[in-house]
Ligand binder design. Structure first.
Ligand code: ZN
Length: 364
């Protein structure tokens, strides 16, 4: 085994043996690496808040504080580099061989994170493959063209691009659908794969997944007249709210995703730690995407991700993406080590795997 510590259980040992001996090595398919290890008061003190104050806030309120982090001591080039190096070293120790990290490219940070990531990508080649994803968590405004210029330059230099449409819902921003439309067109023009954050709220009324699918369908079929096979790969990150919907609606979404070749990145610790609104009635479920239901309906499960590491979003986390696998196994009650290891390595499931899932979880 390539890792420097003892697995905590026989279950873990078996999964890791599959990853090392049968598949291509563990992957962390979604992490905000330039914000890792920032859950420290010193990075927010200049705004007069502590990380404990922030912990009680909702996801949109936390998202609104990203600029505070960006304008403080946590986002000097030296600090970003020190934290990203720690992330890479610790990930390697836990057996991670490939990592897809977003880098914030906003009007406040410009290319600081991108430059560090570019440097580390070259330096760590051979130890861990680093894939860089351009991300603007501040959203877009027509009154501020610089935001587009920065994002497009970062997108050109990155391996993939990342969207979060709900950030552009509020007044003064371009709008949710316009965000989808803009990122999808940019990704197509540049030929870059895309990841979109959707379905984060775990409530039946959350339509972000379905809206993105409608926008994608319209863009491919009507606007560009391009088949899904000739469009860059699109993966949706989270997709939790689909679990809170009536099952026929869920199946319809899965069918539409399969038709477009849209995959899912599942971040179990981030998903299960989302703020839950207990005033809403919904079918019983755990706060995570139903990845096995998606898989048997033809959707590609791209891999697991850590998402947020020791920051204000997910404080209790680690670079060991195996721990996310264990959470997914328990939350969805599926324990086939070989299939879980395949997802952990980002390998597509074959018809035999899908048949196994079908038999173990869905046959009476
Ligand atoms: Zn994310």
């Amino acid at each position: 085994m390539n890792i420097e510590y003892t697995p905590k259980s026989d279950f873990e040992k078996e999964v890791r043996d599959f990853c090392d001996n049968s598949f291509s090595g563990i992957g962390n398919f979604h992490i905000h690496g330039d914000r890792a290890y920032t859950r420290r008061d010193k990075y927010y003190a200049h705004h007069g808040v502590s990380v404990d104050d922030i912990a009680r806030r909702t996801l949109p309120e936390k998202q609104r504080l990203t600029w505070v982090l960006h304008k403080g001591p946590g986002f000097t080039s030296e600090c970003i580099e020190e934290r990203m190096r720690r992330l890479l070293e610790e990930s390697i120790r836990f057996g991670v061989r490939k990592m897809y990290t977003t880098i914030d490219a906003t009007h406040n940070t410009e290319f600081k994170s991108l430059e560090i990531a570019e440097k580390l990508k070259v330096e760590y080649k051979g130890r861990i493959d680093l894939f860089i994803g351009a991300y603007n968590p501040s959203g877009f405004k027509d009154s501020d063209p610089r935001r587009y210029e920065i994002f497009e330059e970062a997108a050109r230099r990155s391996d993939f691009i990342v969207g979060l449409a709900e950030k552009d819902r509020k007044d003064g921003h371009i709008g949710e659908r316009q965000h989808n439309w803009y990122v999808l067109q940019l990704g197509y023009r540049l030929g870059k794969p895309m990841q979109f954050h959707v379905g984060q709220e775990n409530r039946p009324g959350d339509m972000t997944t379905e809206t993105l699918l409608s926008d994608l369908e319209f863009l491919q079929d009507i606007d560009l007249r391009v088949s899904p096979e000739r469009f860059p790969q699109i993966d949706m990150v989270h997709v939790i709210s689909s679990s809170a919907k009536p099952y026929d609606e869920f199946l319809n979404t899965a069918r539409r995703m399969a038709e477009r070749g849209v995959g899912i990145v599942c971040c179990p610790r981030a998903a299960s730690s989302m703020l839950q609104d207990f005033s809403i009635n919904a079918p019983i479920h755990n706060s995570i995407a139903r990845i096995w239901d998606f898989a048997v309906n033809g959707v590609n499960i791209r891999g697991f991700g850590v998402d947020n590491l020791d920051d204000i979003y997910v404080p209790a986390s680690s670079p060991d993406v195996y721990d996310d696998l264990e959470d997914a196994a328990n939350l969805l009650r599926f324990y086939n080590q070989r299939i879980l290891a395949k997802i952990l390595c980002g390998e597509p499931l074959d018809p035999f795997d899908v048949g196994t899932i079908q038999r173990d979880l869905f046959s009476k």
